[in-house]
Design a protein. Structure first.
Length: 375
């Protein structure tokens, strides 16, 4: 049995029109379409709700949506299952999520990782095919898309629940696939925490864990009885033109009597959409992927690389913590990080660190800020 798993899909206006009219061959190259067509099961991450609603939620970052008519293209692509467990599925509130679910159901496209409420969103999916039971579990890190007891959205990653859910699927399935929407955008290695989470998913019974959301190809790791992909890149998301968006991986999973085999097909942005990489491009992409995969096995590499990345990113966080006052902006323009690092003294920085580090402080801080930012 062959399964293909593609990462993030967000259609732009040009692509939406072509998907609406079913002309996906003008967006997805012939060679890539053939690979997808040859599979027995096709899974993608739907990064934008299918809705014509016009009321985006309050959040930081962009709000995405896709015209409902694009479902015609998804049907032509023969998508079997969409993951909706991501940080954009609730961009247009309850309506965006429920419109998406209704439209998928009407068009016989299954979904996982989200729902009209938290209880529904938490449920995994079991697919029976060729006598094989495949369990699929999808969840997202906490941003603005998470489902609540009475609100629609994505299934949140919860260390008290998510690993147990995978373990239960493993008891009833031959294979379990986990789609984890998280990790830092534009970072090609796992953080120490992400790696720990993915290892735990494998120990809980997952055969394959795929991390999406980073918008770039990362690394892979064979761990115990499973395989982990730390960053698949995008499948079809062309709203930015940078080195990260230009390439991605289509993951091909072969389920055989001898076990599971995972292969990777490099894909590249084209003028109109996406296609399989040329032979030369594929070699370059896979060599870099394999190099990073060897690096993360080196003792201390993941921790050291992440520490460098944290130092690089710290100024951006300090900038937000400093507030939005005009004189802050002026000093930031003049001195950048040097100003921000001096804005708070050492004692103040330790207090902020403790508020974020400590579970009790963090819970209280988040609850208060949630109410304040929604007021």
């Amino acid at each position: 049995m062959k399964i293909v798993i593609g990462a993030d899909i967000v259609l732009d206006e040009r692509n939406q029109e072509k998907f609406a009219s079913g002309k996906i061959e003008e967006v997805i190259g012939r060679k890539l379409l053939q690979t997808i067509s040859d599979a027995d099961l096709r899974i993608f991450n739907l990064e934008a709700p299918l809705t014509d609603g016009n009321d985006p939620i309050l959040k930081c970052g962009p709000c995405f949506k896709t015209n409902p008519s694009a479902v015609n293209g998804f049907k032509q692509l023969n998508v079997d299952l969409f993951c909706i467990g991501n940080n954009h599925i609730r961009d247009y509130g309850d309506r965006g999520v429920t419109d998406t679910i209704r439209l998928l159901q009407e068009n016989q496209i299954d979904y996982v990782g989200g729902g009209p409420d938290l209880t529904s969103a938490e449920k995994g999916k079991i697919i029976f095919s060729d006598g094989v039971r495949i369990g699929i579990f999808a969840c997202a890190e906490h941003e603005f898309s998470i489902a609540g007891k009475q609100s629609a959205g994505a299934n949140p990653f919860d260390p008290l629940e998510s690993f147990e859910a995978v373990a239960q699927l493993a008891k009833n399935c031959d294979y379990v696939l986990v789609l984890y929407h998280g990790g830092k955008e534009y970072y090609r290695y796992p953080s120490p925490w992400l790696r720990k989470v993915c290892h735990k998913f494998v120990r809980s019974g997952a055969s394959l864990v795929i991390c999406q959301h980073s918008h770039c190809i990362g690394a892979k790791e064979n761990y115990q009885q499973g395989e982990i992909v730390y960053g698949q890149g995008n499948f079809l998301m062309t709203d930015e033109d940078n080195e990260y968006y230009k390439t991605g991986l289509l993951t091909v999973v072969l389920l055989e009597e001898s076990g599971i085999q995972v292969d990777y097909i490099p894909i590249c942005q084209t003028e109109n959409g996406v296609d399989a990489a040329s032979a030369q491009e594929a070699v370059h992409i896979l060599e870099a992927f394999e190099t990073r995969s060897r690096q993360i096995l080196e003792e201390g590499f993941v921790e050291a690389e992440y520490a460098k990345f944290a130092d690089k990113m710290l100024g951006q966080y300090y900038k937000v913590f400093a507030g939005n006052k005009l004189w802050h902006k002026i000093l930031w323009k003049l001195w950048g990080n040097r100003f921000l690092k001096q804005l708070h003294n050492a004692d103040c920085k330790r207090r902020i660190y403790d508020f974020i580090l400590c579970e009790a402080h963090r819970e209280l801080l988040l609850e208060g800020m949630k109410r304040d930012t929604n007021s």
